[in-house]
Design a binder for this molecule. Sequence first.
Ligand SMILES: CCCCCCCCC/C=C/C(=O)SCCNC(=O)CCNC(=O)[C@H](O)C(C)(C)COP(=O)(O)OP(=O)(O)OC[C@H]1O[C@@H](n2cnc3c(N)ncnc32)[C@H](O)[C@@H]1OP(=O)(O)O
Ligand SMILES: NC(=O)C1=CN([C@@H]2O[C@H](COP(=O)(O)OP(=O)(O)OC[C@H]3O[C@@H](n4cnc5c(N)ncnc54)[C@H](OP(=O)(O)O)[C@@H]3O)[C@@H](O)[C@H]2O)C=CC1
Length: 279
Amino acid sequence: MSELLESLWQHDTAFRSDLFAGKVALVCGGGSGIGRATAVLFARLGATVVITGRTQEKLDAVVDFAVKKGARMHGFAAQLREHEQVVTLFEKIEAEVGVPDLLVNSAGGQFPQDAIDLSPKGWNAVITNNLNNTWFVMQRAAQRWRDLKRGGSIVNVIVVLERGMPGVAHTQAARAGIVGAMRTVAVEWAPLGIRVNCVAPGLTASEGLDVYPPEAVAEFPLANPFKRPGTPMEIAESCVFLSAPAASFITGETLTVDGGGKLWGELWLAGRPEWYRTP
Ligand SMILES: CCCCCCCCC/C=C/C(=O)SCCNC(=O)CCNC(=O)[C@H](O)C(C)(C)COP(=O)(O)OP(=O)(O)OC[C@H]1O[C@@H](n2cnc3c(N)ncnc32)[C@H](O)[C@@H]1OP(=O)(O)O
Ligand SMILES: NC(=O)C1=CN([C@@H]2O[C@H](COP(=O)(O)OP(=O)(O)OC[C@H]3O[C@@H](n4cnc5c(N)ncnc54)[C@H](OP(=O)(O)O)[C@@H]3O)[C@@H](O)[C@H]2O)C=CC1
């Protein structure tokens, strides 16, 4: 783990080291994967960072590493699909750290299953975990920015929506909901100085891939023409770009970072259903 964190700390970045000095960045899902890489990058670029997720130990490992490097980082656990916990989280951040200026929503996930077999409970769990949680956090941030008469930036990490993604129909539905809401609030909130964008990663090598069955994993190299997964850092750089002043005229957009996966390739996240197997 410390080797992985060290490699994130040393990785080349396109950004200057004081880019976010004086800013507070909140990264949801910052205890692992894409969120962790984004949090570490914000910290390297001078931000005070708050990471959140359900598991305090995961947050502590990232915070301990960053603090030892001389960065400012805090980890506050929260179940983001519960609205009251989101409100309490913001109160705690404001009391102990300061109002966030930047928000990256990388908390989420799903289980792979053929759509035809999804149970109502499973469908609801994934919708709640990817639509409601992201919405609760982005709305709360915007409410605080409106109340305090200050702007901010929101970046939501979603999935690629331009093509079918067999095995994760529930998550595609949830993320399509986020894109719809994002485009609308980009308009409603622009006069408040609030920008809202999305990053759509392709297959990315994170702990999140552990939930996929071996037959699906074996075919992951076919997901894009580079024939490799992306790295969390490759996604983090885009999250940070959209959060930065360099993106000050970009709102309501989705930046796809998928190695060309939406143009070419096959991806069967639950394996191929029987009726798609070649004889
Ligand atoms: C083009 C190129 C671009 C390529 C682009 C590629 C994109 C795809 C790759 C994506 C990768 C990632 O997202 S990686 C990130 C992955 N990370 C995660 O998934 C972590 C977050 N996941 C979770 O928190 C959970 O797994 C989540 C799915 C939301 C469920 O949370 P809950 O605690 O509410 O739910 P549970 O109690 O566990 O289960 C609730 C019900 O869900 C169903 N359920 C849960 N797990 C199940 C399972 N494995 N198989 C079947 N059904 C399941 C059951 O009905 C459960 O009810 P019972 O039967 O009663 O129990
Ligand atoms: N890896 C990939 O190939 C791709 C990933 N994505 C999406 O990118 C995002 C980040 O994924 P990735 O970093 O790969 O996966 P991870 O599973 O490593 O990261 C997801 C993080 O979200 C946290 N989280 C999940 N649900 C909640 C919740 N309800 N409340 C608070 N925290 C929560 C998890 O922590 P904890 O469990 O401790 O709460 C975890 O740290 C996800 O939305 C994922 O679906 C999209 C396309 C491709």
